[in-house]
Design a protein around this ligand. Sequence first.
Ligand SMILES: [Zn+2]
Length: 169
Amino acid sequence: MTCEEIRRLCHEAHDGELPGGLPEPARAHIASCASCRELSDDLEALTKALRALSRVPLPPDALDAVWRETIHAERSGLSGLARPWRLAAAAVLATALSTGTLYYVLAPAPPPQPSAVELARASAQAEMVLGYTARALAATRNATADRVLASKVSPAVRGTSTTHPSRRP
Ligand SMILES: [Zn+2]
């Protein structure tokens, strides 16, 4: 399998589109390919960070905005929903928006030649998610950055090592 195929499978797995998880050949590739392993790790970290966001109370006006621009727009036949259901549906929708899609839009090198429709949809989803979670993200951004730094950058490089080697001559 090529790295390109592996990357696609990683996105699909994190989108929940692979009920059985990654197939064995893909796991084996990731185990032996640093580049694909990094993508897999990054997607895992992103997924965990976004899951953590769901515990942060979201501002009601943001929920209303999401509702207005998504479910409400397609709601023609569902006029009987009570407000709590609306909020729950909006929250579920935001949670269900794929982290893979978000990564897809933010990644510096997107897969070759997605269709215009796919790009527009991914962009719209990412914009909505980003707006929806902006405030919550601010609360957890520092903690997430610290976790990533801690796992990927050595203390000596960060300059935060607690065991400063002697600087004296
Ligand atoms: Zn690879």
